[in-house]
Design a protein around this ligand. Sequence first.
Ligand code: DGY
Length: 429
Amino acid sequence: MSETTPEQRPVGIDAATAILRQNDRGGYTIPTDGLYPFQWSWDSAITGLGWLTIDEKRAWQEAETMFRGQWDNGMVPHILFHKGAESYFPGPDVWGSGTKIPSSAISQPPVWATTIRFMYEKCRDQSLAAEKLRALLPKLMAYHEWWYRERDPGDTGLVCSYHPWESGMDNSPAWDKPLGVVPGVSWEYKRRDLGHVDPEQRPHKPEYDRYLYLVDFYKDHGFDSQYIYDNCPYKVIDVGIVSILQRAGNDLIELCCIADYEDGVEALQAELERTRSAINKLWSSEHHCFFNHDLITGQALDEVTSATVLPLFGGLADKKQAAAMADLIGAWLDATKVGLSSTHPSSPRYESQRYWRGPVWIHINWMIALGAADYGYSEIAQRLQDSARDCVTAAGFWEYFDADTGGGCGGDDFSWTAATTLFWLSNPA
Ligand code: DGY
């Protein structure tokens, strides 16, 4: 990263830096105070990219702290509860993982190898980067192996997911049908999110009842992966996870080559090939995107969401599919006031400010922009970057943005919005 004087710095850099420092809890960064007081996996990965522009050692520490909470079977949990906090529900007692660092029992979109590749390539201190990479590689490999072994035991090429929280896109309308058949818990609980954020911007109670049923289900069955695979009432192929895993797998192979690390590389290459062959089953030639899939009913989940174009990021689309998705995204950007909405605005389930049912998420715009640029759609990439920048410039560092107005929604002073501003928005496409 080149040095700049304060006068040359693009607007927002100092504020974004201050947010990362304010959310730093010593070795890990919380997404935002109050609403999310722990370390979340994909937030942390993306936040590491922001740290890289400020303090390279601190950036590597973000990854090291997360991987300290890796389970023995290789899973990287979606939340590490490093310290107690009353401001969040459900906490470690509800998850009951019994791990040394208390954690949740599901994962999150596996973007780590991708962000670590960026960190390695952009790190000015290359001896630090080489040392840190060497230590992280076996852990990253174990994480990817976990996905294929435990989430695709039948070697279909498409890993599955057991919880909407695992997708990171909790209340996406794509999950309405599969979540709708999950029973709700009958015990009483008090949500804490509604004390921090306008309820209009958060999921509804029936969804929470079902989210919690699934949490109980894993715990009640001793986190037995085979039992859960065979019996979990919610089991989907999430195009977002599949695409992010694919890009990260390719990045991991690249990192292994750089470090002369061979363990697991051949098997990983075979998994990536399997996914490349399987992905076409999810393609919708009618809607020009890849649909999520319900493994319980065998049905496509025909909702156009930002996840359904993420195969661009995963390098999983062929040329014709990429062209069709680029057209879809272009028209989609025309149809919303700001950014790429998380749910297509033509959907009857679209809600411009309710979490994953419409709002614009900057890190998703970043991923899609990267994917579009890889396929040669630089104009689309530029539009995604410009519209993301407009959101942040006009409203600030919010968790997400109302897709109809650009207004800030969810948590304020949000780490991944600050980090993507530092890493992406303050640079040309
Ligand atoms: C929440 O609590 O809203 C999170 O998305 C779960 O990870």
